[in-house]
Write a protein that binds this ligand. Structure first.
Ligand code: N2P
Length: 404
């Protein structure tokens, strides 16, 4: 493993920078873009490579251009890749992950094999500072003109000068329910949009009987726990993390699984009734449960009083072999209709102002997907952590998971 060190990054002072989003709702307009189903396995890409190789050699042409994309699971529309391949003649190999730590481990080898990846900005901040990415040739990215300058200013907290990163999407981390099951167990008086459901053992302990899932994402959980304790969710004080850990220990017995992607299906199937999860993922589960005519409703809540907000960014690893193709991908993703189709499919908004015109009205008016301005003000942006705090979180998280 190459010894690339992740330096701290103290840029991005706006803890509660979400106020900068003010007015975005005003820019939403009607559209006719239909939701598509998300997800795409690597099998088709492999077939395309095979077919491409055959065509190449039979025709005697130069070998086909390729692009290796590594992205979050459930983060793309059905037609995103086929349309790119059709438009550009570039063959895409598309792999997915569900953890920033998994992505980071690959990046740190210095030979990830990927041409474009999408870390969350708090991780990207440290990765940029450690020199893991190639600077963007913006002359190849004309569609950057569509990006919201206010959001780009937020991204600049992790990527000073917006040199390396282009936003893919953003979302919040909160509470997802099988509303019918959870309500029955909790009774009528417990507010579902309260962190008290997760952080009070008497509440979460009751939900254990119908399945409690939490993200396997230490940065998200520690930020939420610190906020619940009234401490800075972006604290750099070790004692704060120790206090958050003590809180987490009290709810550990109620947790039946750690999951950062499979929980979508588990919600749909009724195998869990509660998740600490990502906004779009829970909304995907909501749609799938409705499509499958399940006798229950899945719903996402942003807890009252504040929750984490984050954005994931596209970056090109320094070692990428196909940097020109990566730039074409980034520019393609920032085509307004392309990005709107992604939002319509996976319920994560983009920073592309023009794309919002094509987001379907039901998605655009859903407060679980586009938090209203007063809710936005309460959200806290996840920030890059210094290496010692990142290490402390990892250590405490391992202890927490093992129930020690
Ligand atoms: C998509 C997960 C959202 C990414 N499935 C969290 N940064």
């Amino acid at each position: 493993m190459k010894a690339a060190r992740l330096a701290g990054n103290d840029a991005g002072s706006a803890r509660r920078g979400a106020g900068l989003f003010a007015g975005w709702m005003a820019s939403l307009r009607r559209s006719s873009v239909q939701p598509a189903t998300s997800g795409r396995g690597p099998g088709r890409a492999a077939l395309a490579v095979l077919v491409g190789a055959t065509l190449c050699c039979v025709a005697g042409a130069a070998s086909a251009a390729q692009l290796n994309v590594y992205n979050w699971s459930d983060y793309i529309a059905k037609d995103t890749i086929p349309n790119f391949e059709k438009q550009t003649g570039i063959t895409v190999r598309y792999d997915v992950y569900d953890s920033d730590d998994t992505l980071q481990a690959k990046l740190l080898t210095g030979n990830s094999g990927y041409d474009v990846v999408a870390p969350t900005s708090n991780y990207a901040g440290r990765q940029i500072a450690a020199g893991l990415f190639a600077p963007l040739d913006k002359s190849k990215l004309p569609n950057l003109k569509y990006l919201d300058p206010q959001l780009m200013a937020l991204v600049a907290g992790a990527d000073p000068g917006n040199k390396y990163a282009v936003p893919w999407a953003f979302g919040t981390t909160g509470l997802g329910y099988n509303v019918d099951k959870a309500r029955k167990i909790l009774g009528p008086n417990v507010a579902l949009d309260s962190w008290d459901v997760l952080f009070k053992p008497e509440n979460i302990g009751k939900l254990k009987s119908c399945g409690v899932s939490v993200l396997d994402a230490p940065d998200q959980m520690f930020a939420a726990a610190l906020h619940y304790l009234g401490r800075d969710p972006a604290s750099t004080k070790p004692a704060d993390y120790q206090a958050a850990y003590e809180l987490l220990k009290t709810i550990r017995p109620a947790i039946t699984q750690f999951s950062s992607s499979g929980y979508i299906n588990d919600l749909v199937g009724g195998d869990i009734c509660f998740t600490f999860g990502w906004s779009g993922d829970v909304s995907i589960a909501r749609r799938r449960a409705a499509e499958a005519r399940k006798p229950y409703t899945i719903q996402y809540f942003i807890p009252k009083g504040g929750a984490p907000i984050w954005f994931d960014v596209m970056v090109i690893p320094k070692d990428a072999k196909n940097q020109q193709e990566a730039l074409r991908w980034i520019n393609y993703i920032e085509t307004p209709q392309v990005h709107a189709a992604i939002t319509n499919a996976v319920y994560y908004p983009s920073a592309n102002l023009e794309a919002r015109k094509y987001v379907s009205p039901e998605v655009a008016k859903d407060p679980a997907i586009y938090p209203p301005p007063e809710v936005l003000k309460s959200l806290f942006l996840l920030k890059p952590m210094p290496p010692d705090i990142a290490r402390l979180m990892t250590r405490l998280w391992t202890q927490f998971k093992s129930g020690r």
